[in-house]
Design a protein around this ligand. Sequence first.
Ligand SMILES: [Zn+2]
Length: 161
Amino acid sequence: MLAPHLWWLIPMLALVVVLRFPMLGRGPGSTKRDPWRSFKFAARATVMARAGGRCEAPLFFTWGRCSSPATDADHIMPWSKGGPTVVSNGQALCRGHNRSKGAFVPPWWYIHGLERRRRDYFPDGADVRVLARMSEEDRAARLVPASSGPRRRIRPSTTER
Ligand SMILES: [Zn+2]
């Protein structure tokens, strides 16, 4: 049994569990990695543009906003944990914030805070929601050659080696 003076550990541990919990229903639902490793072309341009080219990281906990220019299109749900390379899973970060984030799976309050801050700076009509899942639209966009940048042709998987 726990010594009487150590009972405070139980609420502390419960708090840690709650604070680390991810936001339900927003994850990829699988840990399978997207064959597309990084944001390119139109997807990258969209992530950067809707953030106004500025880092989207908070200054403290979930408040404020970093004032550095964005340099990286980051996977909110890490690519290594099954987060797809789609605009709804992207955020613009400065180099420093991207480095410190690493492969950290963001908890619910991180997502909630980001979506709340985004309402102030996202262009009208842009979806502030974080969704680490590939939509039918995302899938379809990969099948047509990008209008800017080098053309890429996706061959049907039957002819792929
Ligand atoms: Zn930053």
